[in-house]
Design a protein around this ligand. Structure first.
Ligand SMILES: [Zn+2]
Length: 345
């Protein structure tokens, strides 16, 4: 009976029947196969419908924001006050962004709800204004980490994650145990630790040996203190070495480093990691700044306005980390390595 229904009615009916007879004996192997195929087809159709519903665009652009110090009295245009930083985050939350780490971004593992947009928060130079722990081991008020956690608590779903690009400054800690405590706190609380070279040197024009020394030595230190192998690197001043591959992989003594992504310092949103325009060796970031002076067009406020006004250019998640969903006409922009995960609609 069951088999006759299968051959007569086709695949759409199979799922209905299978769903309605949960207590019956397991199907024979041939109808089992048909069931599975039908289920796969139906699951895929549901995924396509869900992606279309939220206008998923996982080939769209992602803002990677670049922060430095968060201090009460800024001395450079790279600094943000705690109030400014709070409002930067509030704006991201209001615009439907969900933070992901740089490591999650470059490896294409951005697990955020359907209809939301990823944003990467990056902090350069490992300053104490980003994270300092009090005597019981909690982030001090008004540090970047404390503010991020405070805003996240007000907006359920806004993940308190970020990437910290570390130099020998080590959040102002000079004692090894305190350096370890700070890095381990980040690791244990879901934050991402990246490489920013040991002495914050301009790598442009440096020999391969010098590049490997600068990147390898801080990688060694981060590894020894927190058992972390950075997945990404941020280039000091955004300057690439003579061969940009040197920033991605190299060796110092018996320690090797390998970065899945290398970040620049300016001046546009980043291509999706699934897009053909994505260059893992030179990923742009955006300075966190209001629309003033040279930031009228190319810093965070201006770009967030632009992304909001150009939703078809912005990355929107379909809520399924295993697929890469996008409108069919964008198919030529898909990186071939992600073809098997593609979900055009
Ligand atoms: Zn820096």
């Amino acid at each position: 009976m069951r088999l006759r229904v299968l051959s007569g009615v086709g695949l759409a009916a199979v799922v209905v029947i299978a769903g309605g007879c949960g207590s019956e004996p397991a199907p024979t192997s041939s109808s089992g196969k048909a069931d599975t195929a039908a289920q796969t087809k139906q699951t895929r159709a549901a995924k396509v419908a869900a992606a279309a519903k939220v206008k998923a665009n996982e080939l769209g652009q992602v803002p990677v924001l670049m922060f430095h110090r968060v201090i009460q009295n800024p001395t450079t245009t790279d600094d943000r006050t705690p109030e400014q930083f709070r409002s930067d985050l509030e704006r991201l939350a209001a615009d439907g962004y969900v933070p992901v780490t740089a490591a999650e971004f470059v490896t294409g593992k951005m697990d955020i709800p359907a209809g939301t947009h990823p944003a990467v928060l990056t902090f350069d130079d490992s300053s104490p204004s980003q994270l300092s722990l009090d005597e019981v081991g909690n982030p001090k008020p008004d540090t970047a980490v404390a503010i991020l956690r405070e805003v996240a608590a007000r907006h359920p779903g806004f993940r308190p994650v970020a990437t910290f690009y570390v130099t020998r400054d080590m959040f102002g800690k000079t004692v090894r145990e305190e350096q370890a405590e700070t890095l381990l706190w980040l690791k244990q609380n879901g934050f991402d630790i990246g490489n920013h070279t040991r002495d914050h040197v301009n790598l442009r024009g440096k020999s391969k040996k010098e590049v490997e020394e600068q990147i390898g030595s801080i990688a060694q230190q981060i590894g020894a203190l927190a058992y972390v192998k950075p997945v990404t690197l941020a280039l000091p001043y955004g300057n690439q070495p003579s061969r940009k591959e040197w920033a991605a992989r190299g060796k110092l003594g018996d320690v090797s480093y390998e970065h899945a992504g290398v970040f620049l310092a300016g001046y546009t949103p980043a291509p999706s990691p699934f897009s053909r325009s994505f260059d893992p060796l030179g990923i742009p970031r955006i300075r966190a700044m209001d629309k003033k002076g040279d930031c009228a067009q190319f810093c965070s406020t201006a770009w967030l306005d632009w992304l909001k006004n150009n939703p078809d250019m912005r990355y929107t998640s379909d809520g399924d980390v295993t697929t890469v969903a996008f409108p069919k006409f964008k198919d030529p922009f898909l990186r071939t390595t992600y073809k098997t995960r593609a979900l055009p609609y």
